[in-house]
Design a protein around this ligand. Structure first.
Ligand SMILES: Cc1ncc(COP(=O)(O)O)c(C=O)c1O
Length: 367
């Protein structure tokens, strides 16, 4: 049995009539840029994320850049970010004019290790960007305590974690700003690139909106130089159709993860993902670890089971950051995990037969 890594077409078929009608509505009204669809989505998304303001933009990467620009990052400022993430988290620090300071991840959760943050703080440190990687919240209790103590801002990178909670509170509500991606494969995905940045502080939200829209809130009124980063009407309408389904899809992801926990228990050599206390994981990705990861991936792929590696090389060791001169001992957990991690299929529409096929594939490798 072939098992895809994700099945976006199955999701579309489940809501086809609503999506098709929403697209037709945007085309019928020619509301392609800003307009009512974008405004409706911003309001509905802020509401579901339990924050006061949502500034939509072109993609999740821009949302990080926009937040950092609005928070006033300037040359020489240092920003602490996890050694294990997608490069958007850190390339935007550089784009905003800051310096990237990597912190190792926790051995079990793949999220930034708060115990290692304080040693990295210098007089030039201005902020921390925890990433709720794979859908598991970072330790926001410890991170916010450090941020308050040292007067640092926090941008939560929620690209993979819509609706995840820490201590019963939704991610994106802890920091000064929260960045979201609606890349098609994300838990809430558009049909193209899209993103948003959320905040409770109206002044920060206004600065972010202004920067994202050529430096002005009203067309032609350029208070500052900005950028052009817009969510278009089609994506907004599509996202508005999908948003009410997000909780159900999240529960389906949690169902699959729980079933995997039963099916994959006790397979020799296979480490299953762990959920730390006080977290509700939303399973953007189900990431196992194995000493012979590449052979395991080949075995599964040979059986028709798609896998992915998120991500093959920890950020301090990609060529883009060679200039920082890091060695594996600087980030022992992130470095060890980079050769062991394997993402296996997980999507809300996954059937019992598909999960069984994955489990059988993993067992046959071990056996
Ligand atoms: C952790 C993380 N941060 C940021 C992003 C950037 O999002 P986008 O691809 O929408 O620019 C992504 C998604 O790729 C991500 O996974």
């Amino acid at each position: 049995m072939n098992v895809p890594f994700a099945d976006l077409h199955a999701q579309y078929l489940g809501i086809k009539n609503e999506i098709d009608a929403a697209i037709a509505d945007v085309i019928g009204t020619s509301a392609f840029i800003r307009g009512p669809h974008v405004q409706r989505f911003e309001e509905a998304f802020a509401d579901m994320m339990q924050v006061k303001h949502c500034v939509s933009c072109a993609n999740g990467t821009d949302s990080l850049y926009i937040a950092m620009h609005a928070l006033g990052v300037k040359p020489g400022d240092e920003v602490i970010a996890p050694a294990h993430s997608w490069i958007s988290t850190t390339e935007t620090i550089t784009q905003a004019g800051g310096n990237v300071v990597f912190c190792d991840t926790d051995a079990n959760t793949f999220t930034i290790d708060p115990a290692k943050i304080e040693a990295l703080i210098t007089p030039r440190t201005v902020g921390i960007i925890p990433v709720h990687l794979y859908g598991q919240p970072a330790d926001m209790g410890a991170i916010m305590a450090i941020a308050r103590k040292h007067k640092l801002w926090v941008i939560e990178d929620c690209a993979q974690a819509h609706l995840a909670t820490f201590d019963g509170r939704q991610v994106g509500t802890f920091g000064d700003a929260a960045s979201f991606s609606f890349y098609p494969g994300k838990n809430l995905g558009a049909m193209g690139d899209a993103g948003a940045v959320c905040a409770n502080d109206p002044k920060l939200a206004e600065r972010m909106a202004m920067f994202a829209r050529h430096g002005g809130l009203v067309k032609g009124d350029h208070q500052i130089e900005g950028i052009n980063s817009r969510l278009d009407g089609l994506q907004a309408a599509i996202l508005s159709v999908k948003l009410p389904h997000l909780r159900r899809w999240t529960q389906e992801r949690q169902r699959v993860a729980a079933r995997y926990g039963e099916l994959l228990a006790g397979i020799e050599g296979l480490t299953l993902p762990q959920v730390a206390p006080a977290r509700a994981h939303v399973w953007h990705l189900y990431v196992v670890q194995h000493e012979r990861r590449d052979a395991l991936a080949k075995h599964l792929n040979g059986l028709g089971i798609q896998t992915a590696i998120n991500y093959p090389v920890a950020l301090p060791f990609v060529p883009a950051y060679q200039r920082l001169g890091h060695v594996p001992a600087d980030f022992p957990n992130a470095h060890r995990q980079q050769s062991r991690i394997l993402s296996i299929p997980l999507f809300p529409e996954m059937s019992e037969a598909q999960m069984d096929a994955v489990a059988t594939g993993l067992r046959s490798f071990a056996g």
